[in-house]
Design a protein around this ligand. Structure first.
Ligand code: KG4
Ligand code: ZN
Length: 515
């Protein structure tokens, strides 16, 4: 007999006293000799007082779908109950509960797991066999109605199979559903971030620990320093994200993490942590492309955006114009042929002695300068050339700034910053409008760290207003690297492709797949 998939919104969490009314309803129709409510109360007391019990509830929405219990004794973990309400049978609830118990047993260091099952209950026996249980013997008259019970025991030899059981359950269960809560983790560059997001859109918490101060001393990100800083911050950041969301590990349905692109050592910290948590919590792991995550910041704040969208992705490492045709379907319209916009900001800021990161520093200073003071070049502005004039080049602009400063030592830095910014923004806005017109976009979305730039935001919004084009500007906290966008992109990836195998490693040169 094949078991179906678990209900879409099944949640496994610790059993509570207030579940006991529902427990009694299921218990009465499941066992010839049901336990009394007082017995369950006693068991739940032991969970707290001595910790030698573990009781879990499976809920579907607000309904108790089933429950299960475990009693620890020396090296053994004995399943005391596993019952599913009549309306939820044959839908994988028992499998999920058993998988969860197997992990609880393993966590406690149990070497074997035991349970009793009716000889006539073939479906249950098959389920247990699929988890690695073997029949240890038949106990006469165990049940009151004088039916024999088989005593199934995962022997010491089969103890290792306790480890494989949850994996099997996971691959058969639903990867993600509308009520899924995803923990996102981001460590690709110089931000250690963790966030908890429900339904791919509700941000329950988003914690970002920035290493900016550490790297500012060196004028840029030092990869080895970044890895060590991630290692120190990762556990506290994840802990805070869970605490701020007010959730425990039982509530997390999947763990999403940036697998690339980024610094190899930095990525490895997040990927290792995410895989370990997914394995321990027995939930799916999903590897996320950092660029794709930036594209998803818009959907975090406005899930109603309609395709096709043109996304201007402007970060420290990339400048791309992307047509988003649907979730997960992208077409590259244009890209930088040399420096990224953020990179140009950082390099010019360093040259002007404004420190690291350069974007916010130039942005702030530009507010005090004249953007028309110096007519810096706008490269590749015509429609000619590759990609119908949608490619970018910023390295010439950077050189022009250097040459101008050398030739005009007395020029006001604020004017130079404002004029440099005007040139960058002019190019970005012109090409984004051009791209939107070319593909007949229904909206324009700004993404990536440079999307926090005040002038870019204002100019793009104004241009879109003039064109009658819908424009989406993510809030600044979501523009720079964060984990809420990782959880959102992970949620969509899980729906589309299912979990990522745990054999995947960090992929420093990962690219977006374009159609
Ligand atoms: O997306 P992000 O946080 O990291 C990468 O994936 O690269 O982008 C960081 C980049 C840096 O180059 C930084 O200087 C730039 O975004 N940036 C800004 C602003 N805030 C951050 N650039 C211009 N104006 C800003 N306000
Ligand atoms: Zn980024």
């Amino acid at each position: 007999m094949r078991l179906g998939l678990a209900p879409r919104s099944l949640t496994i969490r610790p059993l509570r006293r207030r579940d006991l009314r529902g427990v009694m309803d299921i218990e009465r129709v499941s066992y010839p000799k049901p336990w009394s409510e007082a017995v369950f109360r006693g068991e739940l007391d032991r969970v707290r007082s001595s910790g030698d019990r573990c009781y879990l509830a499976a809920t579907s929405g607000r309904t108790l779908a089933g429950y299960a219990g475990l009693m620890f004794a020396v090296d053994d973990a004995h399943v005391t109950n596993i019952a599913v309400g009549p309306a939820h049978r044959r839908s994988g609830v028992g499998r999920r509960l058993l998988a969860e118990l197997a992990w609880a047993a393993r966590d406690r260091g149990a070497l074997a797991m035991t349970l009793e099952v009716r000889v006539s209950n073939l479906a249950a026996q098959r389920l247990y066999e699929s988890f690695g249980f073997t029949t240890a013997g038949i106990r006469k008259n165990y049940y009151e109605d004088v039916e024999d019970s088989a005593r199934d025991v995962a022997s010491r030899g089969a103890g290792a199979r306790l480890h494989s059981a949850p994996r099997r359950a996971r691959s058969r269960g639903p990867a993600v559903n509308d009520a899924s809560i995803v923990l996102g983790i981001e460590t690709s560059c110089d931000e250690t971030a963790a966030a908890v997001v429900r339904n791919g859109v509700d941000v329950l918490s988003s914690v970002v620990s920035s290493q900016v101060e550490i790297h500012a001393r060196f004028g840029g990100v030092v990869p080895e320093v970044a890895s060590r800083a991630h290692l120190e911050s990762i556990n506290p950041v994840i802990g805070r994200a869970l605490a701020e969301a007010g959730l425990g590990p039982h509530s997390i349905n999947a763990v999403a993490c940036t697998v690339g692109p980024g610094l190899i050592g930095a990525l490895l910290v997040g990927v290792s942590a995410a895989k370990a948590l997914a394995l321990t919590w027995r939930v799916p792991f999903v590897g996320v492309n950092h660029h794709e995550a930036h594209l998803y910041t818009a959907f975090l704040e406005d899930p109603t955006l309609e395709f096709p969208l043109v996304v201007l992705l402007v970060s420290g490492g990339h400048t791309m114009l992307i047509e988003m045709l649907d979730h997960g379907t992208y077409r590259l319209l244009g890209r930088t042929i040399d420096d990224a916009a953020g990179e140009a900001y950082d390099k010019v800021a360093r040259y002007l002695g404004l420190g690291y990161p350069g974007g916010p520093a130039i942005d702030a200073l530009a507010g005090h300068g004249d953007p028309r003071a110096v007519a810096f070049p706008r490269a590749m502005m015509t429609r000619e050339g590759a990609n119908d004039g949608l490619d970018f080049s910023f390295s010439g602009l950077k050189t022009s700034v250097v040459n101008f400063v050398r030739g005009h030592p007395g020029a006001a830095t604020a004017d130079i910053a404002a004029s440099f910014q005007a040139a960058v923004v002019d190019v970005l806005v012109t090409k984004t409008r051009r791209a939107a017109a070319q593909v007949g976009a229904r909206g324009i979305v700004l993404a990536g760290g440079v999307a926090a730039n005040s002038s870019l935001r204002a100019e793009l919004a104004e241009a879109c207003h003039r064109d009658g084009m819908r424009c989406f500007l993510p809030s600044c906290a979501l523009c720079t690297d964060n984990a809420a966008m990782i959880a959102a992109a992970g949620w969509h990836r899980l729906r589309a492709d299912g979990p990522t195998p745990l054999t995947i490693g960090a992929l420093p040169n990962l690219r977006l797949d374009f159609v």
